[in-house]
Write a protein that binds this ligand. Structure first.
Ligand code: CA
Length: 226
């Protein structure tokens, strides 16, 4: 079993390599995200252990780029205590599991074994609504041929709309699906993010796909606005 460990802290990287090697695994090390993407594309790894805090592109972006390059090995993210925001909890960028540092090595081994047993990640299928296209695996969105850059939250919101195209979704439904409970009292957060989304997926293309349904909520038109 071959594992790629991506960690820039020398001590931590050495510790991971020693521990995993003792378990009988073959371990390659990378200390930068860009390097890890290239290595993962060139070789077949059974799993990737990926630190979030890296010089250059961070762990999230590294994971996204690996997925975009067709690397579907399971990814276990390592994050610093206190940094477990919704990007991590949502396993942003296509990661499969995460652990908060410092962690017990035995737990890392157990999680890694579980991930590898599960095997290569099933590639989620691309969702299409009209000429809007969203890839949940690589976190990419297109209108027609044009790729659209969305923030993590905008992406989540658009994915919900696209999975329910043609249906009216209330603010409460959107809040519950896209935000944590802590967010529930920020009543205008949905409006704000719908506005952000429209500015990116509709306005530049001269279309209206996300409609306001008065007194009810919002609806993504089934034809994607065209
Ligand atoms: Ca680090």
């Amino acid at each position: 079993m071959k594992v790629l460990v991506v960690e820039d802290e020398v001590k931590m990287a050495a510790l991971l390599r020693r521990g995993l090697t003792e378990e009988g695994l073959t371990v390659d090390l990378a200390d930068k995200g860009e390097e890890a993407v290239a290595m993962a594309s060139a070789a077949d790894y059974d799993a990737v252990v990926l630190d979030v805090m890296l010089p250059g592109i961070d762990g999230f972006e590294t994971c996204r780029r690996m997925r975009r390059d067709g690397v579907w090995a399971p990814v276990l993210m390592l994050t610093a205590r206190g940094a477990t925001d919704d990007r991590v909890a949502g396993l942003d960028g296509g990661a499969d599991d995460y652990m908060v540092k410092p962690f017990a090595f035995a737990e890392l081994q157990a999680r890694l074994r579980a991930l590898v047993r599960r095997g290569t990640v099933e590639r989620p299928s691309v969702i299409e609504v009209g000429d809007l296209k969203l890839d949940p695996g690589t976190h990419q969105v297109w209108r027609g041929e044009a790729e659209i850059e969305l923030s993590s939250k905008e992406f989540t919101l658009l994915e919900i709309f696209m999975r329910h195209a043609g249906y009216v979704l209330s603010r409460t439904q959107l809040l519950e699906q896209a935000w944590d409970y802590d967010f529930e009292h920020r009543s205008n957060v949905v409006e704000v993010y719908v506005r952000y989304l429209r500015r990116k997926v509709d306005v530049p293309f001269g279309v209206t796909s996300i409609e306001t349904v008065r007194g009810a909520g919002y609806r993504l038109r089934k034809d994607g606005g065209r």
